[in-house]
Design a protein around this ligand. Structure first.
Ligand code: PMP
Length: 277
């Protein structure tokens, strides 16, 4: 955890930063967030993150407290003040503090908080691959909004941890949507498949970057849903996310994916991704 918290106005020492107990993020989960990856002291793909942040705010009708350019400057100042080279910045915006009642409060001012945290790249897992489990996707129908309401994700991730896996891959009636905190793609006969960026998944920045890299590498991509059976029978599978990057999946529900080692498409995407970093 970094030393500072940015509240949209100034940098505070973490010990001095506070949140109102009736902040609507606290009482209703009424807010949005972003997690930016920082490599070499710079945010990775900031335009895609800011575009998503702006869109999430618009969809929930939360007003941005500052123009994006100023938010961006604040995040840069936070990174600099914390001396962060490699890590993440967590940025949250809630509808603000007001006496607890469900309708939007007339008076509340949106409340911004941001902090930085050092985090190393998961190099050994990127090399050897990871294990996942599958769980029903019990979330609402606006998973494209990066809202604070993450209980189904938290419960699924906890089950994954308890099963010795790193991620829970979610499915609706056998159709795979995404991970609890990542997107997922499979490869079969040289073609990559991943759920379309509709209301049922978060439109991941890493997913977007991976699709761009696949196009550059002449790897065919089909943005179509796939089933659990197709996941079990895939030649390759990989998670896509800000902290997991392009993470090969070598086990699903205890069964090995293909021959149980990261495949050639994952390796090509990883190499191209590393170059982007
Ligand atoms: N889906 C969910 C549910 C997530 O929480 C995340 C992580 N933010 C992702 C996908 C991956 O998105 P990104 O690549 O932007 O980190």
């Amino acid at each position: 955890m970094g030393k500072y918290v940015w509240n949209g106005e100034r940098l505070l020492n973490r010990a001095e930063a506070s949140v109102d107990v009736e902040d609507r993020g606290h009482t209703f989960g009424d807010g949005i967030y972003e997690v930016f990856r920082v490599y070499g002291g710079k945010t990775f793909e900031p335009e895609l993150h800011w575009a998503r942040f702006e869109r999430s705010a618009r969809e929930l009708r939360i007003e941005l407290p500052l123009p994006i350019a100023e938010l961006e400057r604040g995040v840069e100042e936070l990174i600099e003040a914390d001396g962060l080279a490699e890590g993440i910045v967590y940025l949250q915006l809630t509808r603000g503090a007001a006496p607890r009642a469900h309708p939007f409060p007339a008076e509340a001012r949106p409340a911004l908080t941001a902090f930085a945290k050092p985090l190393e790249r998961p190099l050994s897992a990127l090399e050897s691959g990871t294990s996942v489990i599958t769980r029903p996707d019990i979330r609402w129908l606006r998973c494209d909004i990066k809202s604070l309401n993450l209980l189904p994700n938290v419960l699924a991730k906890q089950e994954a941890s308890e099963a010795g896996a790193s991620e829970a891959v979610l499915h609706r009636d056998g159709v795979v949507t995404e991970g609890s905190s990542s997107n997922i793609a499979i490869a079969k006969d040289g073609v990559v498949r991943t759920h379309p960026a509709n209301n049922l998944i978060l439109h991941g920045v890493t997913r977007a970057v991976a699709l761009r890299l696949a196009a550059e590498l002449d790897i065919r991509v089909n943005e179509e849903p796939f089933t659990l059976d197709e996941l079990y029978a895939a030649d390759e599978a990989f998670l896509l996310g800000t902290t997991v990057e392009v993470m090969p999946i070598v086990r699903v529900d205890g069964r090995t994916v293909a021959n149980g080692v990261p495949g050639p498409i994952a390796r090509k995407l990883q190499a191209a991704f590393a170059k982007r970093i």
